[in-house]
Design a protein around this ligand. Structure first.
Ligand SMILES: [Cu+2]
Length: 188
């Protein structure tokens, strides 16, 4: 019993002495050291609350997908519908008496050419388009039809402007014409 009491007294004395000595000078360093430890210990348990933080931002992205599709729907529809309408050129060409009723066909570069070809003769005719009178390089060669009948030719005009050539392949010396590709010029 006496030994224990002595020990307690000694311990308490040492603690007081230590505390007294520490209180005298290092009070400020201790107080400074304590706040630094406090944040580190709080940061350790944070991993558990982070799951709550991840859950809270998720509702925000759900709003953004609604705004993005509305923008994409507006832009493609008007751009796609406008260009094809004005890029087609339609004409009716009649072959009669071993001659075309049209001597010159003028179109825009790269334009879709639609020709309703009528053969009113009792002999076969066609319309064939070449780069020049030599007829070596084809642009478009229409099917030969027996008259009287009609057909429709469709082809894309050359992108390069210039004066080209068309003819009837059955009568290449008699039935000829000029195929002009040039930028739009009204009145022709
Ligand atoms: Cu002909």
């Amino acid at each position: 019993m006496k030994k224990r009491l002595l020990k307690i007294v000694l311990l308490s004395l040492t603690l007081i002495s230590c505390g007294a000595s520490s209180e005298a000078t290092p009070t400020l360093p201790v107080s400074q050291g304590l706040p630094s430890i406090v944040p580190t210990t709080i940061s350790m348990p944070t991993p558990i609350p982070t799951e709550e933080h991840i859950a809270s931002p998720t509702p925000v992205p759900s709003i953004s997908p609604i705004t993005t599709p509305t923008v994409t729907e507006i832009s493609p529809s008007p751009a796609a519908s406008t260009p094809p309408t004005g890029s087609e050129y339609s004409i009716t060409v009649t072959a009669k008496g071993l001659a075309f009723d049209v001597k010159t066909i003028t179109v825009q570069p790269g334009q879709l050419v639609v020709i309703k070809f009528k053969n009113e003769d009792s002999v076969p005719h066609n319309m064939a388009f070449y780069t020049d009178k030599t007829a070596k390089e084809k642009i478009f060669v229409g099917k030969i039809i027996n008259g009287p009948s009609s057909t429709t030719y469709r082809f894309k005009a050359p992108n390069r402007p210039g004066n080209y050539f068309f003819r009837c392949d059955v009568h290449p010396q008699i039935m000829t014409g000029t195929f002009i590709v040039q930028a739009k010029e009204p009145g022709y």
